[in-house]
Ligand binder design. Structure first.
Ligand code: T46
Length: 138
C-alpha cells in the first residue's frame, strides 16, 4: 500500500503540554504548498470517498480520533489516528475514506500542491480504471 506512518517530532514540557512540528522537504518528501483542516464533524460521520491522481499529503489528528480507510483497488487497510505525534504520509493513487470516531476530532493535512478539483477521482469505478491504467505514481 502506498502510505507510511510517520512519527511527528514532539517535545513535552512537564505539566505544560507538548509541541509537535515538521518541515516540508526536511521531514516530508515534498514541499508543502497547502495546509487545510477539517473540524466540527459529528461522531460516526464519514468523509472522503475519493483518490488523488498526483497529490501527496500528510494527514494527522492533533485532537480526537479518526479512522482512515485506505484502498489501493485490491485491498483495504484501516489506520487509527489519535495522537498528535503520529501522521500518515499518503502517496497518490489511493482511495481514502475518513470515519470520525469522536465528535469534533480535527483532521489536519499538509499537501504537496494547491487545490485542484481535476486531481480528484470521486467515482470508485473510475478509480479502479485509473489504477489499471498504471498512470501513477508520485
Ligand atoms: C483529502 C481528504 C483527506 C477547497 O475548495 N479547497 C481545498 O483545499 C479543499 C481540501 C477542499 N475544497 C473544497 C472542495 C469541496 O467543495 O471543499 C469542499 C469539501 O471538500 P471534500 O469533499 O473533498 O472534503 P473531504 O473531507 O472529503 O476530503 C478532503 C480533501 O478534499 C482531500 O484532498 O484527501 O480531505
Amino acid at each position: 500500500m502506498n502510505y507510511s506512518i510517520i512519527h511527528i517530532k514532539t517535545i513535552e514540557a512537564e505539566q505544560c503540554g507538548r509541541i509537535s512540528f515538521f518541515e516540508g522537504i526536511h521531514d516530508l518528501p515534498f514541499e508543502i504548498r497547502r495546509i487545510y483542516y477539517i473540524s466540527g464533524v459529528p461522531e460516526g460521520k464519514m468523509r472522503g470517498f475519493h483518490a488523488h491522481k498526483t497529490l501527496r499529503q500528510l494527514l494527522f489528528c492533533p485532537y480526537g480520533e479518526i479512522e482512515i480507510i485506505l484502498d489501493n483497488g485490491e485491498e483495504r487497510e484501516h489506520i487509527v489516528l489519535n495522537r498528535p505525534d503520529q501522521g500518515i504520509l499518503l502517496k497518490s493513487g489511493l482511495w481514502r475514506e475518513m470515519l470520525w470516531k469522536k465528535s469534533d476530532s480535527v483532521l489536519c493535512v499538509a499537501a504537496s500542491d494547491f487545490y485542484d478539483p481535476e486531481d480528484y477521482i470521486r467515482d470508485y469505478d473510475a478509480f479502479l480504471e485509473f489504477r489499471k491504467s498504471g498512470e501513477m505514481y508520485t
